[in-house]
Design a protein around this ligand. Sequence first.
Ligand code: C5P
Length: 401
Amino acid sequence: MLASRRILLGITGGIAAYKTTFLTRLLIKAGAEVRIVMTESAGHFVSPLTLATLSRHEVLSDFVREEEGATDWNNHVELGLWADLMLIAPATANTLSKMASGTCDNLLLACYMSAKCPVFFAPAMDLDMYDHPATRKAIETLQGYGHHLIPAGTGELASGLHGEGRMAEPEDIVAHLEAYLRSHAPWAGKKVLITAGPTHEPIDPVRFIGNHSSGKMGFELAREAARQGAEVTLVTGPTHLQIDQPQVSCIRVTTAREMLEKAEQAFDRADVFIGAAAVADYRPREAAPEKIKKQAGEMKLELVRNPDIIQTLAARKKDQYVVGFALETERETEHALAKLQRKGLDAIVLNSLRQPGAGFGGDTNKVSFIDKNSEITPFELKTKAEVARDILHEIHKRIAH
Ligand code: C5P
């Protein structure tokens, strides 16, 4: 959930600031982009150099750059707008109170007041300070602004006292952010079934009929749908690609008939089915049980039709939104629309083969999204990850209504 998210981490001056090194490391490991702003007193507890190294970005504290002769300044508005999410951890009583009252006397507070994104705060202080009515009131005020409290835990405090006020552990903070992102993700609560890759139709134990599909497009769709909160079932033909997101259940198959069987099992509970697999249209009538020996002269293979997976499933759809792919070489739009109708689809993604860099194997693709009302949305040549985002966005617009 945190992959590619821009997180603005504000660190204030409490002993719990030392935990932000672990926190930063966890966020970076989760794929987030992290920028750090800290108050001057936070610098007494944790080194900006450590945090800059971990976050791979300069850590900012002052409005004005420190380099001699610098004419620019650290732009709080830019940073506030840059962030997808702002996290203030640890949030001291002092900073909570200033946030609540709108005091803006350091860079961190200016960033906070400029931020348009969701704001999270993880208080950390001694138990009596945490329990003080002024702190309670500040927390309530901040929650009233729509900010998210990551509650302090109970345990031994730096003062030696025991009670409520310990900053939540870095793992808990990350879990909090992930849970929020998951529940607010556009595809949260949606189940998506995707077929990907080629199929291999056996001729004998060592040979098969296959194609050059890499599976990349289907895998990117699965990754992106999961990232946006969906629960994904990915049924893939033979490919070396791996996927390790917990929201993706990856089922590996070999033949078209196996792919149909597994897709059928997941179809009824799916909200959306995307057929990105390059399914072999034909298979040998029978796979020889032993390796076929070379013989003089010609050899004939008798082929029979494979089931059309997407057409079979579209025929029994209830509320599912079904999206196919089309790879056409001439009169592309016309042929894609005809395919959409013949197969009973809601939309079809047309691969433009005329464009260098599009289609099989590569990392880029150029597509048009065509829906059953003949609305055509063309896209530029993009990475398959970006194409996946575009396709999911187009589907989401249509299922949201
Ligand atoms: O008919 P054609 O192979 O061009 O159709 C492509 C679309 O149909 C893709 O979405 C592909 O995944 C799906 N398809 C299928 N089963 C087949 C053949 C194609 O699901 N046997």
